[in-house]
Design a binder for this molecule. Structure first.
Ligand SMILES: Cc1ncc(COP(=O)(O)O)c(C=O)c1O
Length: 357
């Protein structure tokens, strides 16, 4: 633990607290409140006395609802309650997965830039990290084919870049997993925030995929802790045993609310973020080297000088951003979150234009 830097994102939170009226574009969670029908469902579950431990694997009603969701929305025909584990968020799913699957010196391939928890947690278990840039083509994976890779992990759409991997890229990763025997872990926590196409789950065609589905970002349920893992029944059995002796179960009332969440139409929220995505891109494209984000609620763009210097200069304008080095090896990128009010976003774009000149 002493060798692990605790999340520098926390520093951004602390900074935001010390500035009056900050322009906070550092936050990795939705700005809208959790929809009222979901909050009602939590209250109802509590009032109905559903506060006891649940089954370790999750309540059957939620697993049934998730099975339907995987089949109808993700085209994952083999989805089944026996292949599912309900967890306390994807963070908890990662903890269970890495604990169960990774041994010291195992090589693990991460698509980069990456969600910072992947390398941080993998290091707990002594894994050796390999990375491949998210712009990869199938031929770029050739060099990994002769390695003994334990797992391949990526978030799609990506935190921190907003990149949505193409079908060709997903297939190339699945082929690599198949030929090396690696577990393929697809973290789909931002799946609803895919702005330009219908989101595609690689699990739809590669049955050995371990698909992670979260409720945190889609419905602003970050503090409520809910996610599901869809995997082979063998993996699920191992993870369920581990959950039984560690996390025990996902919060009971949240599981009941999860069923209601799945019935909630989020179209207008997604449209709001699509417009914000367009606005940020149009505002910055002539000032920075920036690619249009395809999903999630982030941009990852290049700055002159180091990311840390840029973050310091931004603070002088009350603007809070996250330095890119925590998501990648480079020190020249900044992560911007557009999950905020229009007014804050407009102020942020003005500040960024000034910082570019
Ligand atoms: C890609 C990705 N995966 C997982 C998580 C953690 O999600 P949860 O709240 O379900 O633990 C986050 C949160 O920032 C994330 O960005």
């Amino acid at each position: 633990m002493n060798g692990i830097d605790s999340s520098p994102i926390r520093k951004a939170f602390e900074l935001a607290r010390s500035i009056e009226d900050p322009i906070n574009l550092s936050i990795g969670q939705p700005h809208f409140p959790c929809p009222a029908n979901i909050v009602e469902a939590i209250c109802k579950a509590a009032k109905d006395g559903k506060t006891a431990y649940t089954l370790t694997g999750g309540i059957p009603e939620l697993k049934e609802a998730m099975t339907e969701k995987y089949k109808s929305q993700n085209q994952i025909g083999y989805a089944h309650p026996d292949r599912m584990l309900v967890t306390s968020g994807i963070s908890s799913a990662l903890f269970l997965l890495f604990n169960a699957l990774v041994n010291p010196d195992d090589e693990c391939l991460i698509v980069s830039p990456y969600f910072l928890m992947y390398p941080a947690m993998l290091k707990f278990y002594g894994a050796k990290l390999l990375t491949v840039d998210e712009s990869f083509q199938a031929k770029d994976l050739e060099s990994f084919k002769n390695k003994k890779i334990k797992l391949i992990i990526f978030s799609n759409p990506s935190n921190p870049t907003g990149k949505v991997l193409s079908k060709d890229q997903l297939r190339a990763l699945a082929n690599l997993a198949e030929s090396t025997g690696a577990y393929l872990i697809s973290d789909e926590i931002y799946e609803l925030f895919d702005y330009d196409q219908a989101f595609y789950s690689i699990g739809a065609e590669y049955e050995k995929t371990i698909t992670l589905t979260g409720f945190s970002k889609t419905y602003n349920m970050t503090g409520l802790r809910l996610a599901t893992i869809l995997a082979s029944s063998e993996v699920i059995k191992a993870l369920t045993t581990l959950q039984q002796y560690t996390v025990v179960c996902a919060p009971s009332i949240t599981q009941w609310a999860g069923i209601e969440a799945l019935k909630t139409d989020m179209t207008s929220y997604i449209q709001d973020y699509r417009e914000k995505r367009d606005f940020v891109y149009e505002s910055l494209k002539n000032h920075y080297e920036i690619a249009k984000s395809g999903g999630a609620f982030y941009f990852f763009f290049r700055v002159n000088g180091t990311d840390e210097d840029f973050v310091k200069r931004a603070v002088e304008k009350k603007l809070i951003l996250v330095p890119g080095y925590i998501f990648t090896e480079s020190h020249n990128y900044i992560r911007l979150s557009f999950a905020t009010e229009w007014d804050t976003l407009r102020r942020g774009m003005l500040a960024l234009k000034e910082l570019a000149s």
